[in-house]
Design a protein around this ligand. Structure first.
Ligand SMILES: Nc1nc2c(c(=O)[nH]1)N[C@H]1C(S)=C(S)[C@@H](COP(=O)(O)O)O[C@H]1N2
Ligand SMILES: [Mo]
Length: 348
């Protein structure tokens, strides 16, 4: 079954569905799209798309795993193996890293150890299921790096740089995503940006609004009424915290852990809740309108060790139909059932 192909903490996206994540379009297309190899290589060079298409093509079935907890298995991509291009370019002895740079407004990039990129059989992909790659998914050309979180797969590839030293990619630098990104080891984030003393002070003052507090550890804390509007709380730990009436409007809680938290009447208007975990949390009276819920979980999967933990939601929990559509299938199914049959008593 597919279960064994699913890394820890991931859930399947709906069959045939390929969510859009990150930048939605590249920069305006040049007349002639090229992919350049430069940096620590003996033979820097530039390929046009036609030249890439005329190189030997490889087809691969790849499972993709987004750090925001959705996976899609068996995606079929075709294109040129990075190895082929590197054989022509001949990396120098000191070329240890490889950075892929996008033709996009923010010059998005991501990097890998060169040896690792080759060993993982990185593909410079031109097609998806026998069709040209769609522009929203990085067409005409993107990289596909199997067995790494999908943020290592760059859309709109323009430049491949071989480097003696690593250059941190966009999400790795801005969002604190882990630089190796192995989904089987759940390498989602680097350690917290907040030191222990600073964290203690922040929790004592309860001043979180607008601050960058990635990975903050607030597990088990009493923070009722907290103001964390617009705070950057990716990967923060609020497990079993008391957060009744807390305000997280506009905050980024991507991949935050909120299992078992008490969140009655808390507000998450327009917050980023992608990949956040609310299993067992009390969300009665909470307002989640406008929040993005791709990969968010409210219910854990059934396990041998007992019944799955489920968040407590009822008719007073504010969610829009469209948001429920965006949830992963198992979650959406469960939430729909709940809204038809509201739960009023907390399970024990
Ligand atoms: N140029 C560019 N490439 C990117 C990103 C981005 O924002 N810009 N986001 C990354 C992330 S986080 C993911 S999950 C995948 C999403 O690819 P998709 O939109 O085709 O699903 O692209 C990766 N590559
Ligand atoms: Mo991602």
């Amino acid at each position: 079954m597919n279960e064994s192909r699913l890394p820890p903490g991931q859930q399947l996206a709906a069959a045939g569905k390929w969510p859009l994540v990150g930048e939605r379009t590249g920069a305006p297309e040049p007349n002639v799209w090229t992919v350049a190899i430069c940096g620590a290589v003996a033979h820097p060079r530039v390929w046009t798309l036609t030249e890439l298409r005329n190189l030997p093509q490889t087809q691969r079935e790849v499972d993709i795993h987004c750090v925001t907890r959705w996976s899609q298995l068996g995606m079929v991509f075709s294109g040129v193996l990075l190895e082929q291009l590197m054989t022509e370019a001949k990396p120098a002895a000191d070329g240890r890293y490889i950075s892929f740079v996008a033709h996009s407004l923010r010059n998005h990039s991501t990097s890998l150890l060169l040896d690792e990129a080759l060993e993982l059989e990185t593909l410079v992909a031109l097609g998806h299921v026998a069709r040209p790659l769609g522009a929203e998914h990085g067409g005409p050309v993107r990289t596909i790096v199997p067995r790494r979180y999908f943020y290592k797969s760059l859309k709109w590839l323009a430049k491949i740089e071989v480097l003696p030293q690593d250059r941190l990619g966009y999400w790795e630098a801005v969002a604190g995503y882990h630089n190796r990104a192995d989904p089987w080891r759940e390498e989602r984030f680097i350690a917290s940006r907040v030191g222990r003393q600073e964290a203690a002070q922040i929790l004592a003052d309860r001043r979180m609004a607008g601050r960058d507090l990635m990975g903050l550890d607030a597990g088990g804390r009493n923070l009722a009424g907290l103001d964390a509007r617009q705070a950057l709380l990716r990967n923060a730990n609020f497990v079993d915290a008391q957060l009744d009436g807390a305000r997280f409007d506009g905050a980024n809680l991507s991949n935050a852990r909120l299992r078992g938290a008490s969140l009655r009447n808390a507000s998450f208007r327009d917050a980023d809740l992608e990949g956040a975990d609310f299993a067992g949390a009390d969300l009665r009276g909470a307002d989640l309108r406008g929040a993005s819920l791709l990969g968010t979980s409210f219910m854990e999967r059934a396990s041998k060790s007992g019944p799955p933990r489920q968040a407590l939601l009822d008719a007073s929990t504010r969610l829009e139909g469209l948001q429920i559509e965006a949830l992963l299938p198992e979650q959406a199914h469960w939430i729909r059932r709940l809204t038809e049959q509201p739960i009023t008593d907390p399970p024990d």
